[in-house]
Design a binder for this molecule. Structure first.
Ligand SMILES: Cc1cc2nc3c(=O)[nH]c(=O)nc-3n(C[C@H](O)[C@H](O)[C@H](O)COP(=O)(O)O)c2cc1C
Length: 199
């Protein structure tokens, strides 16, 4: 048998479905748990995706993680955690649309909210969290803000221009920053686990 054929046959025989089934780009596979948890996030540049995955890891990886842009069907989940970046004072538009289009589902199931934003950890971020809870028409048990990040080369031309002007007006340098800490996101996941999953 030629080397390439042997390799292909062995992998399929070994049960690796990834070779024959649809491949998912970075699909997050949660661990089983009594209740089904989902984390749904709104992001433009990825920091909320990272935070969402780390929060799930802190929960023992029992929460499935969805980008709001995928318009996920969340009806089979028992509980939801919702998080977003903040852009000119507002959450990511696809998340806002998802919440508005599934209002009763969100109001029944949301147990925690988070934001990852420039003002993370400040009173302004508290306001963003309250706005997000209000939009969900929920009373989350846990609300947390995290400081975020900017990667200039990822910004859309519009966002780049607006942020450039923002910093120029304030006589501040417009530079990359990265203040999001995995440890803090894991801690939030652990807190949710203790308060809500195994009280
Ligand atoms: C165009 C733009 C506008 C922003 N506006 C705000 C804002 O009003 N308040 C704030 O706290 N952070 C603001 N930020 C910071 C983001 O919330 C922060 O970079 C966050 O980490 C972005 O999340 P993401 O990487 O998941 O998209 C802004 C960032 C961008 C790019």
């Amino acid at each position: 048998m030629r080397r390439r054929e042997f390799f292909k046959t062995s992998l399929v025989a070994g049960g690796s479905l990834f070779l024959i089934n649809k491949a998912y780009p970075l699909k997050f596979f949660p661990n089983p748990s009594k209740h089904k948890w989902a984390i749904v996030f709104g992001t433009r540049y990825g920091s909320n995706r990272d935070a969402a995955i780390w929060i799930s890891e802190g929960m023992g990886a029992i929460a499935d993680v969805f980008d709001a842009r995928e318009n996920p069907d969340l009806s089979s989940f028992d509980y939801l955690i919702v998080g977003s970046g903040i852009y000119y004072g507002r959450i990511a538009e696809p998340l806002e649309a998802l919440i508005k289009n599934n209002a009763s589902l969100f109001s029944k199931k949301v147990k925690a909210v988070f934001v990852v934003c420039g003002a993370g950890g400040t009173d302004r971020a508290k306001q963003y969290l309250e706005n997000l809870a209000k939009l969900c028409e929920a009373e989350p048990v846990v609300m947390r803000s995290f400081p975020g990040r900017i990667t200039k080369k990822l910004l859309s031309p519009d966002d780049f221009k607006l942020l450039e002007e923002f910093y120029k007006k304030r006589n501040q340098p417009f530079e990359d920053y990265d203040n999001l800490e995995r440890r803090e996101c894991l801690q939030l996941g652990e807190e949710i686990l203790k308060k809500l999953v195994q009280p």
